[in-house]
Design a protein around this ligand. Structure first.
Ligand code: HEC
Ligand code: HEC
Ligand code: HEC
Ligand code: HEC
Ligand code: HEC
Ligand code: HEC
Ligand code: HEC
Length: 444
């Protein structure tokens, strides 16, 4: 059976339509039968997908009277009922979804709506980067598929690697799981802000939270709560750290992330340290196709750009406003995008109120100091805008002279001669310690 349209987009009546109407009604009934309390009450109706005013609304279904937010915009019961199905055909797939849960980095159930090209959602969907929503940076990126489509030297979180990793944990995921569901509960997620179009987060439009903690995942989707909403525990925000949190500036430099208010202690920011380190901890073995190896395992408790404390920021360099020399915890999202970014290792395009002055395309090439574009968003280089860092390195003109003429043959144990001591990321990376016996410092 086929649904036929005339050239004005109206359905042409044929005997199949009768059968289709029957199918639709039966599908709704079945949905209510299978999941009575879930469809009419509970957290789903508070979720962004379940909203009756701006929730899921697949064009090919709404044409037949399905209301916004109905489960059937994502799940199809046709396999159980028989008959045919609205666009797209070919399903239903695992979890009776209208499309295969996950195929590849650019082909996934969620992308069928979360794209700006031929979205199944009536009216389409606009989504943005974290730099845009929280940082107020006017990024042109406007959909999720685009964010996951970045390729070298830009980067995106690799969805196949995420599936591989989460199925190694006993968190209730299987090969049939959706990698987006590693971080988002499709039945609970809220927009922050919801129904926001092209707006940035603002203190009046917050709705915590889009994300859930992977390790708390449960197949009972009502049991897998959100992370950041302070329910059931009141410790899901950055303000929870004793060391304190300092919010970076939002673009322009007069208000703060994430919502352009004057709040700076992180009481309005999801605890992204706990969220990201749920996977990126000091023991999980995580394969990265992009980096061609296992990720480093990192003890975030002692990382200066994590939960650890600095040695006093006593270098000749300075720290930029709004940061001060007081020890602070940093949030992973202060520097990283969660989905994709135009730099290596998911480094944001905009950090602490301003855009990076150039693209970071490599961390390893000899004599490369592109990483300085990130550092100088928060630390001060020799002259503003110069990206020269002699002042914090014994007045060694960069490329750092170790290996040039003596006496500076070795810089803090880093031996000259290879790309090593001439590239920022030889000494500055998560987990880095430089030591030459008498001197030992954690350098990131
Ligand atoms: C590694 C965890 C992770 C994965 C995997 C992930 N996301 Fe996200 N997502 C996030 C975080 C973190 C945010 C930002 C939350 C915030 O703004 O508070 C986000 C934000 C979003 C938003 C809101 C964007 C906006 O416009 O405000 C959407 C929509 C979204 N994700 C969809 C997806 C889809 C679809 C996938 C799979 C293709 C996916 N995410 C995979 C962590 C993840
Ligand atoms: C935005 C699309 C979307 C909507 C709307 C939606 N679901 Fe789902 N549902 C999914 C996805 C995706 C999965 C698979 C989750 C995974 O990959 O881990 C799923 C899984 C499920 C599962 C299996 C749970 C599990 O993890 O084994 C049930 C049951 C379910 N949904 C019921 C419902 C009901 C009932 C509604 C309406 C109240 C609903 N869904 C609305 C996308 C949706
Ligand atoms: C049938 C279309 C459809 C599908 C499929 C779909 N979404 Fe959505 N999604 C929506 C709509 C509609 C919104 C609400 C947009 C708004 O706030 O106006 C939304 C919002 C979201 C949000 C909250 C941020 C925001 O933009 O408001 C997240 C997170 C999200 N979706 C994740 C996912 C994930 C993960 C999947 C796949 C498991 C998925 N969605 C599949 C239609 C869809
Ligand atoms: C988002 C702002 C931000 C960015 C970007 C940033 N830093 Fe930092 N950095 C800080 C803050 C804040 C501290 C102090 C942390 C603390 O109190 O524990 C710090 C501390 C340090 C320290 C420790 C100094 C000491 O005295 O112990 C070093 C070294 C350092 N940063 C190097 C770098 C390098 C190299 C880069 C670029 C790759 C960089 N930082 C990027 C904010 C930033
Ligand atoms: C001050 C900015 C900054 C902050 C804050 C930050 N990162 Fe990074 N991150 C970087 C830079 C620069 C690199 C590249 C150097 C390296 O590999 O460590 C990187 C690399 C990474 C990598 C790839 C490591 C590998 O094995 O190659 C991961 C994973 C990562 N960060 C996760 C996190 C998490 C999780 C947090 C929060 C707990 C965080 N980052 C906080 C700047 C930052
Ligand atoms: C569900 C587990 C999971 C969570 C949660 C998670 N990641 Fe990852 N991350 C991975 C996996 C798997 C990889 C390896 C694949 C890849 O390189 O993209 C990875 C890779 C990375 C990389 C290296 C990417 C590259 O291509 O160089 C960075 C940086 C990173 N993650 C940062 C973050 C940040 C920041 C957060 C929190 C917003 C986060 N991750 C949350 C699983 C996770
Ligand atoms: C041979 C190793 C090495 C190389 C290469 C190197 N640094 Fe450093 N850097 C250090 C050490 C050691 C410190 C002092 C750390 C401390 O104060 O705890 C430092 C400190 C810093 C600081 C923090 C200053 C402060 O306020 O305390 C910044 C920012 C920085 N370096 C940026 C860079 C940049 C950008 C590059 C590349 C252009 C670079 N470094 C290359 C070893 C190195």
């Amino acid at each position: 059976m086929e649904i036929q349209y005339n050239n004005k987009g109206s359905v042409i009546f044929n005997f199949n339509l009768f059968f289709l109407c029957f199918t639709v009604v039966a599908a709704i009934l079945l949905c209510l039968m299978l999941y009575p309390e879930k469809a009419t009450s509970g957290p789903y109706l508070d979720s962004v997908h379940g909203s009756s005013s701006y929730g899921v609304n697949r064009t090919s279904l709404s044409a037949f009277g399905y209301s916004k937010g109905n489960c059937a915009h994502c799940h199809e019961q046709h396999a159980l009922i028989g008959g045919s199905e609205p666009n797209p055909t070919g399903g239903p797939d695992k979890y009776v979804l209208f499309y295969t849960n996950h195929i590849s980095q650019t082909d996934n159930f969620c992308f069928k709506c979360h794209t700006d090209v031929s979205s199944y959602q009536t009216g389409g969907l606009v989504n943005r980067s974290y730099s845009y929503r929280a940082g107020g940076y006017s990024d042109t990126l406007n959909d999720i598929l685009e964010a996951f489509s970045f390729t070298s030297p830009s980067t995106s979180h690799n969805l196949d690697d995420i599936i591989t990793f989460i199925t190694t944990k006993s968190w209730g995921y299987t090969d049939d799981s959706n990698p987006c569901a590693a971080c988002h509960n499709p039945h609970m997620a809220k927009g922050d802000p919801a129904n926001a179009g092209s707006s940035t987060k603002s203190s009046g439009t917050r709705d915590y939270s889009p994300v859930s903690l992977p390790s708390l995942h449960s197949k009972d989707n009502n049991a897998w709560g959100l992370w950041g909403d302070n329910i059931p525990i009141a410790t899901e925000r950055m303000s929870n750290y004793t060391a304190g949190y300092q919010a970076p500036y939002r673009s322009g430099g007069s208000t703060y992330e994430p919502d352009g208010s004057t709040t700076t202690n992180g009481s309005n920011l999801v605890d992204f340290v706990t969220f990201c380190t749920d996977c990126h901890d000091n023991s999980n073995s995580i394969w990265s196709t992009t980096l061609g190896g296992n990720l480093k395992t990192i003890d975030w408790n002692i990382e200066k750009h994590g939960k650890g404390v600095s040695d006093g920021l006593d270098g000749a360099g300075g720290i930029r406003s709004p940061y001060s020399t007081t020890d602070k915890v940093l949030a992973c999202t202060d520097c990283h995008e969660p989905h994709g970014a135009p730099n290596v290792v998911l480094i944001r395009k905009e950090v602490n109120g301003g855009t990076l002055s150039g693209q970071i395309t490599t961390l390893t090439t000899l004599l490369n100091k592109e990483l300085g574009y990130l550092c100088n968003r928060c630390h001060t280089e020799d002259t503003p805008g110069s990206n020269n860092w002699a002042g914090v390195h014994h007045n060694d003109v960069f490329p750092i002279a170790c290996g040039g003429s003596s006496p500076d043959l070795i810089c803090h144990g880093i031996i000259a001669g290879d790309w090593a001591c001439r590239t920022c990321s030889r000494c500055h990376y998560h987990g880095a310690v430089v030591t030459d016996g008498t001197y030992s410092r954690r350098t990131f």
